[in-house]
Design a protein around this ligand. Structure first.
Ligand SMILES: *Cc1c(COP(=O)(O)O)cnc(C)c1O
Length: 395
């Protein structure tokens, strides 16, 4: 009998009842704007910021309209100006180079290793070749590079690191929360990430000046005193007339549902990792299929799974994907010549200068990607692995 999978790869869990009640309470109040608060009321957004700062151990936190907004806001806040070169991963998603372009800066792509992290040798080359002073480091699909080695290189070269933690909220490197090595950490609360408000983003930093600029940029007007997880008022004195309002605030409705989900994130991480490990166990020792190595120091969140079909030709990969799809297994291929749905390659972003990366191309053209939503049971993941295994072998 040929097994078929019936699950839906884009179906997330429902919003918890407690969060729905919190959202309804906000709607009943009529006060949805983050600065629309009663005299003794902090408001859901400021409380979310306080709780997320505590969760990551950061001094300051700002909630914003999206993950992409968080990235662009962080770049402006660290001083990136039009025309500047900003380094980023060749293996990432479109909002990352998009955030660089949104401030008029130029993306400089750094290669990817077969562990799906930024290539530190190539990083050193790109630092000296481009003269870029900022790295927007994308922990793409939750794979975390050796952060101690990366920070050693960047600190030595005077490169500011902004972390894109869209896939690493709740993850750690050597016990340090992802987003806490660089000057700024940026997170997304969009539906397909680790906590779900439809759209939304968070920024953390220990730097009072960066925090003050980010708050002004996000559209605080002169209401920055309402932030609980912001720097003291005097930090705003020098910047408040010079920092443009690039409106991108979060509202109380979204913050209300995120606060409840944040409380449960550690349990959710356990659930994701149980699914990840089940799928991974089913894919070990298959000829032609490479499982991605996860380093000991990496405390990952297995909300998606990647494997490599190294040196397969395009037609063979397309055949494999089609056979899996027939059996209900929706896999995404980062190597597809044309961008499809969420996937695209660094050479699909034509607004950036052409930058050949032949070593990365070998890896990129082999990356197969699968979501692991928590609506899948662990038994589903075992079934998914059996199907993938059978279809790799039938090539
Ligand atoms: C989703 C995502 C973003 C942007 O987040 P949005 O909230 O969708 O704007 C940035 N980087 C990566 C790697 C992402 O997957």
């Amino acid at each position: 009998m040929t097994e078929v999978f019936k699950g839906n790869f884009t179906q997330q869990e429902p919003i918890p009842e407690e969060a729905i009640e919190a959202a309804v309470a906000v709607m009943r109040s009529g006060r949805l704007h983050r600065y629309n608060t009663l005299p003794d009321e902090a408001g859901e957004v400021a409380l979310l910021e306080q709780e997320f700062a505590a969760f990551t151990g950061a001094k300051y936190c700002l909630a914003v309209a999206s993950g992409g907004y968080a990235l662009g806001c962080a770049l402006r806040a660290v001083g990136v100006a039009a025309g500047d070169a900003v380094m980023t991963n060749a293996f990432t998603l479109a909002p990352v180079p998009g955030a660089i372009a949104s401030v008029g800066a130029r993306p400089v792509f750094v290669g990817v290793t077969d562990g799906l992290v930024i290539d530190l040798d190539d990083l050193q080359v790109k630092i000296s070749e481009s003269g870029a002073k900022v790295l927007m480091l994308s922990h793409m699909r939750g794979h975390i590079v050796d952060m101690d080695a990366l920070m050693y290189i960047c600190n030595g070269a005077g490169v500011i690191v902004v972390e894109d933690c869209a896939h690493t909220m709740g993850a750690t490197w050597d016990g340090v929360p992802s987003g806490r090595h660089g000057a700024v950490g940026c997170y997304s609360t969009q539906t397909y990430k680790h906590i779900n408000s439809g759209e939304g983003g968070l920024i953390v930093t220990d730097d009072a000046e960066i925090a003050a600029k980010a708050i002004m940029l996000s559209g605080s007007y002169m209401l920055y005193g309402k932030h609980i997880a912001g720097p003291p008022a005097e930090m705003f004195e020098n910047i408040k007339y010079d920092t443009p309002n690039v409106s991108g605030r979060m509202d109380h409705l979204r913050a209300a549902i995120l606060r409840v989900q944040l409380k449960h994130l550690p349990e959710q991480v356990e659930k994701w990792n149980a699914r990840y490990r089940t799928f991974e166990a089913g894919l070990r020792d298959i000829e032609g299929l490479t499982v991605i190595h996860r380093p000991q120091a990496e405390g990952y969140v297995g909300s998606s799974f990647q494997f490599l079909l190294l040196d397969w030709d395009n037609a063979a990969i397309e055949g494999f994907l089609a056979r899996c799809l027939k059996r209900g297994v929706e896999l995404k291929w980062f190597g597809a010549p044309e961008p499809v749905a969420f996937t695209s390659r660094y050479d699909s972003w034509h607004y950036a200068d052409p930058q050949p990366l032949p070593d990365s191309d070998r890896v990129l053209s082999a990356i197969i990607d699968m979501r692991l939503p928590l609506t899948f049971a662990t038994e589903d993941c075992a079934l998914l692995a059996r199907i993938v295994k059978a279809e790799v072998k039938s090539d």
